[in-house]
Design a protein around this ligand. Sequence first.
Ligand SMILES: Nc1ncnc2c1ncn2[C@@H]1O[C@H](COP(=O)(O)OP(=O)(O)OP(=O)(O)O)[C@@H](O)[C@H]1O
Ligand SMILES: [Mg+2]
Length: 236
Amino acid sequence: MNDSDASNGTVMIEVADLGKSFSTPGGDIEVLHGVSLRIKAGERIAVVGTSGAGKTTLMHLLGGLDRPTSGDVLFEGESLFRLRGAELDAFRNSTVGFVFQFNQLLPEFSALENTMMPLLIGGARRSEALQKSTEMLHEVGLSHRLSHKPGALSGGEQQRVAIARALVCKPRLLLADEPTGNLDSNTSSEIMLLLNQLHQTHGLTMIIVTHNQALANSLDRTLRIEDGIVAGDNLN
Ligand SMILES: Nc1ncnc2c1ncn2[C@@H]1O[C@H](COP(=O)(O)OP(=O)(O)OP(=O)(O)O)[C@@H](O)[C@H]1O
Ligand SMILES: [Mg+2]
């Protein structure tokens, strides 16, 4: 943990001795072994580490998508894993936005419809969802691709839709798992610039898993996860 870091600025997330095991036919696999850290509101964090180190597992726990085996994640002082039903849904739908390792856009739906989905699931009226999604796609530079389905978009454009979908409910926290993992270096640089611009305009806290050194360097702090522990935590 980086104490000097946590002392100036509001702590948004406190991860306390987080452990995660998975049951498999061959026995339990312990993937995270006591991860502790604090993340301040507004911080931009790169999560790096070798394949299989536990990065995606950690991201799922931070976003309330999975439950830990031990330990806790406090979001603004409240345990995520004590939230139930509608409260947990509200956290996942409107407080946090996800960009997944594979963009997970719905292939049968247009860029606009994919972006509207979290608003409609959250109970927004269709007219409101249309307006907000159109604005959000404009912000990510896709006003000219609203009616395209994912299959008719480039990899970079698909990732822009995934980012628009993640931010359309105006979350405070963005979790992105290798958002440039499948992109060439020029397109990766564009997505990096876009994420950093959205950090500014939306006042986001961002946690980004990446193998891209330039993207990691553009953020405030790098956490290195190795074998399920925090092996490094440095300001950039
Ligand atoms: N649902 C699961 N059941 C069993 N084992 C799992 C499960 N999810 C992840 N694991 C195991 O946990 C370990 C960490 O996986 P994780 O996906 O968190 O790694 P990662 O750091 O994101 O790797 P990569 O860089 O390849 O994406 C791996 O060994 C993986 O096989
Ligand atoms: Mg992963």
